[in-house]
Design a protein around this ligand. Structure first.
Ligand code: CO8
Length: 258
């Protein structure tokens, strides 16, 4: 598949997707999000792919939704097309892990795209923000909900109402990102994390992802019950036998995804 707004490659169980609209700081337009959905469809359908890394450039992960594409749209057009709804749902429903590797700007829809991923590794140069207020609008791909869950009400309100950016250190302190690394180590770190995930049982990986995601949707009691049920169900797979046998035999497990 030839992409115009993405660079996509797969190696050793990891698909690397690089947003590639340098002229617009990787602003998210319909074409880019359509191509991202196609790349995710391909990664999901390919049993050889265990994990995805999503990144941008050194200057920008993505500087938001494409303001030039949106600026003249009417309410009727936005509503009828359910603008960006399909892409947001596609990413939400992707069942394999997506690691966001963020350098430079992750603003507006770019910050929301990073938050749609399963965790964020940030370069020291990363800057996160929801500056939609400066344009007279609001976040529209989950920013008010996911940023608030990630960093709490006070910081989310501060970011969303003032439109200010937060640097990587503040994002790590606030719990938005899992680690901060020097910019020249970002891709090595993200690819190493993805490779580690790809070495695990893909079935266990998918179930673990589903369980953490459930924490945002359920009560504690329902989530804990779901966890116990899925824990029990993992004993139906050969990979559980292999993982535990390998521990007992003091060797590395060789998971087969069965
Ligand atoms: N959309 C379109 N083009 C952009 C965007 C964007 N979001 N961001 C940057 N660009 C373009 C610039 O227009 C410029 O192009 P040109 O050279 O043709 O003028 C090029 O990228 C480089 O940008 P700058 O010259 O501005 O670079 P600077 O280093 O001076 O500034 C900034 C970098 C601070 C990132 C600045 O570009 C900026 O403020 N960008 C806009 C950030 C923003 O407001 N983002 C939020 C957008 S709205 C949004 O994301 C809503 C999400 C919900 C979608 C709806 C779903 C329902």
């Amino acid at each position: 598949m030839a992409y115009e707004t993405l660079l996509v490659s797969t190696q050793d169980g990891v698909t690397l997707i690089r947003l590639n609209r340098p002229e617009a700081l990787n602003a998210l337009n319909s074409q880019l999000l359509g191509e991202l959905c196609t790349a995710l469809d391909a990664a999901e359908a390919d049993d050889a792919v265990a994990c995805v890394v999503l990144t941008g450039s050194e200057r920008a992960f993505a500087a938001g939704a494409d303001i030039k594409e949106m600026s003249e749209k009417t309410y009727a057009q936005m509503f009828k097309s359910d603008f960006f709804g399909d892409a947001a749902r596609r990413i939400e429903q992707f069942r394999k892990p997506i690691v966001a590797a963020v350098a430079g700007y992750a603003l507006g829809g770019g910050c929301e795209l990073a938050m749609l991923c399963d965790f964020i590794i940030a370069a020291e140069t990363a800057k996160f923000g929801q500056p939609e207020i400066n344009l007279g609008v609001a976040p529209g791909i989950g920013g008010t909900q996911r940023l608030t869950r990630a960093v709490g009400k006070s910081k989310a309100m501060d970011m969303i109402l003032t439109g200010r950016m937060m640097d990587a250190a503040e994002a790590e302190r606030g719990g938005l990102v899992s680690r901060v690394v020097p910019a020249d180590k970002l891709m090595d770190e993200a690819m190493a994390a993805a490779a580690k995930i790809a070495s695990q049982s893909p079935l266990a990986v998918m179930m673990n992802k589903e369980l953490v995601d459930a924490a945002f949707e359920t009560t504690l009691a329902a989530g804990v019950t779901l966890e116990r049920r899925l824990f029990h169900s993992l004993f139906a797979f050969d990979d559980q036998k292999e993982g535990m046998a390998a521990f007992v035999e003091k060797r590395k497990p060789a998971f087969k995804g069965s």
